[in-house]
Ligand binder design. Sequence first.
Ligand code: HBI
Ligand code: FE
Length: 295
Amino acid sequence: MNQPRRVENLHTDKGKVPVYATGVVEQPWDGYSADDHAVWRLLYARQRELLVGRASRAFLEAQDAMGMTPDAIPRFEDLNRVLSSATGWTLVGVEGLLPELDFFDHLANRRFPVTWWIRRPDQVDYIEEPDLFHDLFGHVPLLMNPVFADYMEAYGRGGVKAHGIGADALQFLTRLYWYTVEFGLIREEGGLRIYGSGIVSSSGESVHCLESDAPNRIGFDLERIMRTRYRIDTYQKTYFVIDSFEQLFEATRPDFAPIYARLAEQPSLPAGTVLDGDRVFNRGTGEGWASDGDV
Ligand code: HBI
Ligand code: FE
């Protein structure tokens, strides 16, 4: 299969991030190899087995409603027929990670950018950047949920605004994405369940986030999340727990500018912090983490 068009590497405070051409590309479905479909089958089957009883009901039901199966890499056009009639969202193929503003603009227009290539067989256990499996298996199903779909559009609109305000605002908003869309937990009658895409597409973290004593699990609080640093290359030290997708969507209603101004006056918090005012589901032991100094 032809290689994605990597443009350059961006050196950020979270490490080197590859940056790709920002154009929308057609999904080269006929170009996928037998290996590509085999990687999809393996990852899909492994994750679905792990996620029953761990992922939120909304996620599992949405993935089934989309008609996703382990048989082969889904065609974006097939998924778009179901998704667009459900919530008006569509998938667009992209080369990979996009600059923030391009990404936010897609979300603000109910377009979710999906990387067109899938990881190699030797990367099934870990890949440092989002590939088709992370985006399609992890991010796309919940866009079938009307309230989550509204949250993602509102988030995109907030991102376009934050980009106009400046780097501080962007950092606060990126943390909100990280601790909800990527690594969020939700309360369901059976207990805590996963809805974050970064978790549902990771076999290790699907277990770790609910069953390890190491991380903290803290009730959702918008400003608390926006103050909290994170790393992109380890399991999370803290998971934030929402009560519902409605709670998450309601949090996007206020104008964030005064919140950004208030937060800019306060120090950021290391990822493993627990504050007195936190609604703590459990206080992690922090075992096995690098020193707090680095996150
Ligand atoms: N680009 N293609 C793609 N997919 C993402 O999930 C993505 C991105 N660019 C930026 C980004 N995510 C993060 O910075 C979010 O926190 C905004
Ligand atoms: Fe992601």
